[in-house]
Design a binder for this molecule. Structure first.
Ligand SMILES: Nc1ncnc2c1ncn2[C@@H]1O[C@H](COP(=O)(O)OP(=O)(O)OP(=O)(O)O)[C@@H](O)[C@H]1O
Ligand SMILES: [Mg+2]
Length: 261
């Protein structure tokens, strides 16, 4: 687990006077799951937005597969293999599961030139169909593929979102609270899907997640953010044993943290 995936160095993002991400340096290699955790408002989503190019950092750099992409547009990063899911579910309710998942692949093919869409060759269409079938199967959604997404449960919708980003064929994924709203059984399954993806494809994943139990089980390495700054990094066992990390969390989350160690 050493090939360069996603890396930030001194990454700093400001909203007016607020420093939401403050000189964050982290490395998330290929072929493994790295977690970015921290209390509400710590700056996790903002960090993702800087990594994908939705927000221009005030300072620092973002590297993807060893190349500096700090000033690259979001679609360029996506075409190079960077995919993401959003904290709030972003699906098309009136489309079927399969149609939603297919969009993950088609958006990548179309890139910044939607006309490519119309001009696509038969080979491309077959590649889309294969990627969609594989993503549906990995996500246990085969039996739901014809259902309208609006009729699904939150847990199922989260899986559709995951399947869509899997179908995109990205080499590196940023997942922002992908399991929020899932029950414990669904969360367990979700973890297995992510681990399977890493094992089979060597995908690199940077995971933001409030379910500490899940994070601790599947992450090789964790970064802990608080008020925009990294306050700790280490393995799950090291994070669970850290008084600094425990102090940053309150109540039930702190208990979960201790329990996970
Ligand atoms: N568009 C924005 N404009 C101004 N301030 C923002 C904006 N987005 C986020 N913030 C602020 O930046 C800080 C970091 O927010 P961010 O959403 O990155 O945190 P987070 O760690 O993802 O939190 P959560 O766990 O609740 O999702 C917070 O203080 C938040 O209020
Ligand atoms: Mg967030």
């Amino acid at each position: 687990m050493s090939a360069a995936g996603l890396e930030t160095a001194g990454l700093t993002v400001r909203y007016g006077g607020l420093v939401a991400v403050d000189q964050v340096s982290l490395t998330a290699p290929m072929g493994g799951i790295t977690a970015l955790i921290g209390p509400n408002g710590a700056g996790k989503t903002t960090c993702f937005n800087a990594c994908t190019g939705l927000r221009r950092p005030a300072a620092g750099t973002v590297s993807l597969f060893g190349a500096d992409v700090t000033v690259r547009a979001p679609h360029v990063r996506a075409q190079r293999g960077l995919g993401r899911t959003f904290q709030r579910i972003e699906l098309f309710d009136s489309l079927t599961v399969r149609e939603n998942v297919a969009l993950g692949r088609e958006a990548l093919l179309a890139g910044s030139q939607p006309l490519n869409h119309l001009l696509r060759r038969r080979g491309d269409r077959q590649a889309v169909a294969r990627a969609v079938d594989d993503a549906l199967e990995r996500s246990d959604l085969g039996s739901l593929s014809g259902r309208r997404v609006g009729a699904l449960s939150t847990g199922q919708r989260r899986l559709v979102e995951l399947a869509r980003v899997i179908a995109g064929g990205f080499r590196f994924l940023l997942l922002d609270e992908p399991s929020s709203g899932l029950d414990s059984e669904e969360t367990e399954r979700f973890g297995s899907i992510l681990c399977g993806l890493v094992a089979d494809r060597g995908t690199g994943i940077l995971l933001v997640e409030h379910d500490i139990g899940l994070v601790m089980r599947i992450s090789a390495y964790l970064y802990v953010l608080d008020f925009g700054q990294l306050i700790f990094e280490g393995t799950a066992a090291e994070v669970a044993a850290s008084p600094i990390v425990r102090a940053a969390y309150l109540g039930s989350e702190a208990d979960a943290l201790i329990g996970a160690g």
